[in-house]
Every structure is written in structure tokens, then in C-alpha cells.
Ligand binder design. Structure first.
Ligand code: GLV
Length: 326
């Protein structure tokens, strides 16, 4: 029997390719540059499977041109690029990669937090510039992290992994979430629940760990920044549109907050020019980018595709209802 045809919008990693190739006839996008939209649409036309990155929109337009498509496997945990409801309507399974990137992403939230608090980017620039005149008492003094209050907005797997790291820094950790964490988890991580406004007022560092959905789009707007301490920092490793960038720039201009460290942006890869300032650390969407984790994510996506085409339930289905349609 002919193997099902799959389009992967990236070459993926060898480990993932081996899994996919064993069960599917895969066409890989081989260019370094991401495929333009027309190319994605052209290549997916006759395919039964799609392995895609978060930069590809799996929406009505794509699903219409790919009538044979049965699965769209996202190599990412966030799936705001996928219109899951339309996938379900059209009988297409959608999957993501939860769990494998939690610790790596938490590491990076901490990387950003430490970098912005301790002015690492400015220091690195000075060290490389040839203009460093040597140690000086008040040179690039930043803010302490240890002993401060960390506010987590979103307390799922990644938020909890960030909280666990705070234990070693003797921080007070508070969180806000639509759902309160079970008491034993809050206790073991030494965290306390706060409503949003209280968290904004108490935190020295605020780190965002919510998915992008209608309720969280633009969550961090001007009133939120005005409720933060003028000495506080915002860290975002979630999704760019959770923060209104223009409002963040205005808050930085008005010194309503001390700084920010961002991995994600409202309109990637565009970065608001007002964010390019010394007290903002900017990273190009790297939070899950360790080789181990990115490989695991690709393997997970490959396994989801192969599961479907070998008659099993893909382990990371976002729309289990769709299986009733087959
Ligand atoms: C990365 O941003 C992801 O959602 O996995």
C-alpha cells in the first residue's frame, strides 16, 4: 500500500525524520528560509499530513486547498496558529507538543529575568566595545533577584517550572490564574494565589505563562503597567500579543516600570522600535531552543502523525472529537 503523503515545512531533525519516513512519504521543505505562504499552500495540496511550525497558519484557507489532509501536527506547544475549530469541522486532527519544553522554557524565562535585572546585555556590549575602563563602584548596577517577589501570570506546567527555580533564590512567589492550583502544589512550591491587581502591585518581576487566546490577547495593557511598581520588570516568554507593545513602550517612556525582557512579539519578526532600549532585553523567540528540546518537539510531532496513519490515537490531539468523524 502506498504510504500517506506528508509535507513537513521544515527539514526537522534526523530523529524525527526517521520516525516519519518509516511510515510516510514525506516531502520536506529544505530551504533555510521559511517557506512563503504560496509554497506552503502549493505543497500541502495533495497531502494527507502536515508537520508545521508556529509560523504557519493552519486556517480555512489552507484547509480548503488540502482536501485530503487528515492531520496538522504543530511543532510547538502553543497552537494559536491553528484554527482548531475549523480543523474539527473539516475532520482534520490537530496536535501540539506539550510537556517536553516546560523546563527549557522555564530556564529561558530565568535567563531573561537575570539578564534584564543584572543588565547583562549592556555589560556585554561594554565588555566588547573596547571602552571599558575597569571596575567601578557604581558601574551598571542592576537589581537583586534573590529575596524579591516574583509574580507568575499563568500557573500551568511552565509557570510551575519557573516557580520551582525560584525556591533556590529565596524569592516570594505569587501567581494568578483562572484556575487555582491544588493546595499541595502551592504548598510544595511555596507559592500563594493573588488576584491580578494585587499581583501587579506586589511583584518585582512579572513573568507571563499564559497561552494566547481571546481572553489573554492584549492582557497586558496600559492600566496593567500603571499598576506595576516603577522598579518592576516584565518578562514575556509566552506569546507576543498577550502584551500590547505600544502600551509597554509608553509605560517604559513614562518610567512606570523599570524594564522588560521579551522573547516574543506582537507581529514577529517585527519588533517595535521603541523596545530597542537599554533596559529591555530582546531575544528572537528562543525559549524552547535547546537542541535536546527542539529535537524532542519534532519527534513528538512525527509520532503524532505516524500514530494517526497506523490506526492509533495521536497522543497529543487538540480535537479528539474529530476522530468520531472517521
Ligand atoms: C513555542 O513558542 C511553542 O509554543 O512551542
Amino acid at each position: 500500500m502506498a504510504k500517506p503523503k506528508v509535507f513537513a515545512t521544515h527539514q526537522l531533525f534526523e530523529e524525527a525524520r526517521q520516525i516519519l519516513n518509516a511510515a510516510c512519504d514525506v516531502e520536506y521543505w529544505a530551504n533555510e528560509e521559511r517557506p512563503p505562504r504560496e509554497e506552503v499552500l502549493r505543497h500541502v495540496k495533495d497531502k494527507e499530513g502536515l508537520v508545521c511550525l508556529l509560523t504557519e497558519k493552519v486556517n480555512d484557507e489552507l484547509l480548503r486547498v488540502a482536501p485530503k489532509l487528515r492531520i496538522a501536527a504543530n511543532v510547538a506547544v502553543g497552537y494559536d496558529n491553528i484554527d482548531v475549530a475549523t480543523c474539527t469541522k473539516r475532520g482534520v486532527v490537530a496536535t501540539n507538543t506539550p510537556g517536553v519544553l516546560d523546563e527549557t522554557t522555564a530556564d529561558f524565562a530565568w535567563t531573561l529575568m537575570m539578564a534584564v535585572a543584572r543588565r547583562l546585555a549592556e555589560g556585554e556590549q561594554l565588555a566588547r566595545s573596547g571602552n571599558w575602563k575597569g571596575w567601578n563602584l557604581d558601574q551598571l548596577c542592576g537589581a537583586d533577584i534573590w529575596g524579591k517577589t516574583l509574580g507568575l501570570v499563568g500557573f500551568g506546567r511552565i509557570g510551575r517550572a519557573v516557580a520551582r527555580r525560584a525556591l533556590g533564590f529565596q524569592m516570594k512567589v505569587i501567581y494568578t490564574d483562572a484556575v487555582k492550583a491544588p493546595e499541595e502544589i502551592a504548598k510544595s512550591l511555596n507559592v500563594e494565589y493573588r488576584d491580578m491587581n494585587t499581583l501587579l502591585a506586589e511583584s518585582d518581576f512579572i513573568s507571563l505563562h499564559v497561552p494566547l487566546m481571546p481572553e489573554t490577547r492584549g492582557l497586558f495593557d496600559s492600566p496593567k503597567f500603571y499598576r506595576m511598581k516603577p522598579t518592576a520588570f516584565l518578562i514575556n516568554t509566552s506569546r507576543g500579543p498577550v502584551v500590547e507593545e505600544a502600551a509597554l513602550v509608553a509605560a517604559l517612556d513614562a518610567k512606570k516600570i523599570a524594564g522588560a525582557a521579551l522573547d516574543v512579539y506582537e507581529n514577529e519578526p517585527f519588533i517595535h522600535p521603541g523596545l530597542k532600549r537599554p533596559n529591555v532585553v530582546l531575544a528572537p523567540h528562543l525559549a524552547s531552543a535547546s537542541l535536546e528540546t527542539r529535537t524532542n518537539m519534532a519527534v513528538m510531532a512525527a509520532k503524532n502523525v505516524v500514530a494517526l496513519f497506523t490506526g492509533q490515537t495521536p497522543p497529543n490531539m487538540l480535537n479528539p472529537a474529530v476522530l468520531n468523524k472517521f
